[in-house]
Design a protein around this ligand. Structure first.
Ligand SMILES: Cc1ncc(COP(=O)(O)O)c(C=O)c1O
Length: 427
């Protein structure tokens, strides 16, 4: 059992821990972010389990920001933690000169879970690296350079993935970005016509997460699949956020019955315990790219034994605990509850949308969010903006969330929206 004093990390008091952490952020981590977080009264997280996070004062919060999709199994899932602990006693990081049984097993398990004939996976440490890997694979496999992406997309912040991402604020300071990356409107299959003939790949999120939780009409991904096939371009489904149960499907591509050529994953892949990312590709695609050149794309830490132990355990928990189904049922409850709030405050909430437990609450004006999110925090529920669309608040709890926890979150949302309306009126 954790003692209260352990959760103070050696500080003399909760207030001392908060002050020390803020000062360290201000001086050594990110001064401008520290100021913003302090303004919204952001407490210090000291421990977490399941859907619950504790702050320095022992106050608990239901985690409906969910690490932006990381905590599919909740925090510190016991089976995943145990798998990592056991692995630490054997071998932690791979020396890479010998075969690693866990990487082999993790890759096999991923191939079993992913749709169709997706088979060969490359393992790395984050979502953006998975996207970089997929973009390079597409270029190497097709001999083409152009990548088509969607407006509003979020694929990561390394230079290649950023080139495919769709928010100018994040892109402008880093120009020139990668040559040959173009964007089309998301959700518009007709916009793909004539754009793929010289493209290596079309990269798309089955549901745009950071773009503001944009759910396309059913059939969009299927149409994209067909368009890619006609043009000889690869379809890369970026499921870093939507994959592994988040949207009430094992993978959101399955909503349209689509098997992409390449799928990227991260976030929930290790059950919220260790950083991990991966792309998985059809064997023929991988063979065309790297069949004769096994070292063209590598990573020192990628696919290490502790990450793979976590990923294997996490994939098993996802399946055995029925979490995909729970995401569907609890997601429907969350969307219905949030819609009631929207109906009560149409001046503040324009729309509620989502798939499974990836839910977005679109405000009529982004100015309301600065009251709603802190007020929800005050009521013991975390929520967060989407990165590319500040008008949308995301609700993205762990897939283990219960009916009662969803009810509490909806009540907190209602309190937040009511407070924003009382304070700001119609904006
Ligand atoms: C769809 C998608 N792709 C890629 C990324 C980048 O992942 P990471 O932050 O692990 O680099 C994200 C992160 O939010 C994402 O949502």
């Amino acid at each position: 059992m954790i003692e209260e004093r352990d959760a103070l990390y050696g500080a003399a008091s909760p207030a001392a821990l908060a002050e020390e952490t803020y000062e360290n952020y201000r001086r050594y981590v990110n001064p401008s972010l520290a100021r913003v977080m302090k303004l919204s009264g952001s407490p210090v997280e000291t421990r977490a389990h399941g859907c619950t996070v504790w702050d320095q004062n022992g106050k608990t919060y239901l985690d409906f920001a969910g690490g932006y999709g990381v905590f599919t199994l909740g925090h510190t899932n016991a089976r995943v933690v145990e798998a990592v602990r056991a692995q630490l006693d054997l071998i932690a990081l791979s020396g890479k000169t010998m075969f690693d049984p866990l990487l082999g097993r993790a890759a096999k398990r991923l191939a079993e879970l992913t749709p169709g004939d997706l088979q060969i996976s490359f393992w790395c440490n984050s979502g953006t690296e998975a996207v970089e890997g997929a973009m390079k694979l597409a270029r190497a496999a097709t001999g083409r350079t152009k990548i088509l992406a969607t407006e509003g997309a979020f694929h990561g912040k390394t230079l290649g993935a950023l080139s495919a991402s769709g928010r100018e604020t994040f892109r402008t300071p880093f120009r020139p970005l990668l040559d040959g990356v173009a964007h089309v409107p998301f959700g518009d299959a007709a916009a793909l016509e004539g754009k793929l003939e010289d493209a290596a790949a079309f990269i798309v999120e089955p549901v745009q997460g950071e773009g503001g939780v944009n759910v396309p009409e059913p059939g969009y991904l299927r149409a994209a699949r067909d368009a890619c096939e006609r043009a000889g371009a690869l379809l890369v489904a970026d499921e870093v956020q939507t994959g592994l149960g988040r949207c009430g499907y094992r993978f959101a591509s399955e909503r349209d019955g689509v098997v992409p050529d390449v799928m990227t994953l991260a976030k929930g892949l290790s059950g919220g315990v260790i950083p991990v990312g991966a792309y998985i590709a059809r064997a023929a695609v991988w063979e065309r790219a790297y069949g004769k050149a096994p070292l063209l794309h590598t990573s020192t830490f990628g696919g290490n034994p502790i990450a793979c132990a976590a990923a294997i355990a996490a994939m098993n928990v996802l399946e055995e605990d029925g979490l995909v189904e729970n995401a569907r049922v609890r997601g429907a409850q969350l969307i219905a509850g949030a819609r009631e709030v929207a109906n009560a405050y149409p001046a503040v909430v324009r729309d509620v949308r989502g798939l499974g437990l990836l839910v977005g609450v679109e405000l009529t004006n982004e100015g309301y969010g600065g009251t709603i999110i802190p007020e929800m925090l005050h009521h013991g529920v975390t929520a967060a903006w989407t990165l590319n669309q500040q008008r949308v608040i995301r609700l993205e709890p762990p897939l283990v969330v219960t009916e009662e926890e969803v009810r509490v979150a909806i009540a907190a949302l209602r309190a937040g929206v009511a407070a924003a309306y009382e304070k700001l009126g119609t904006l």
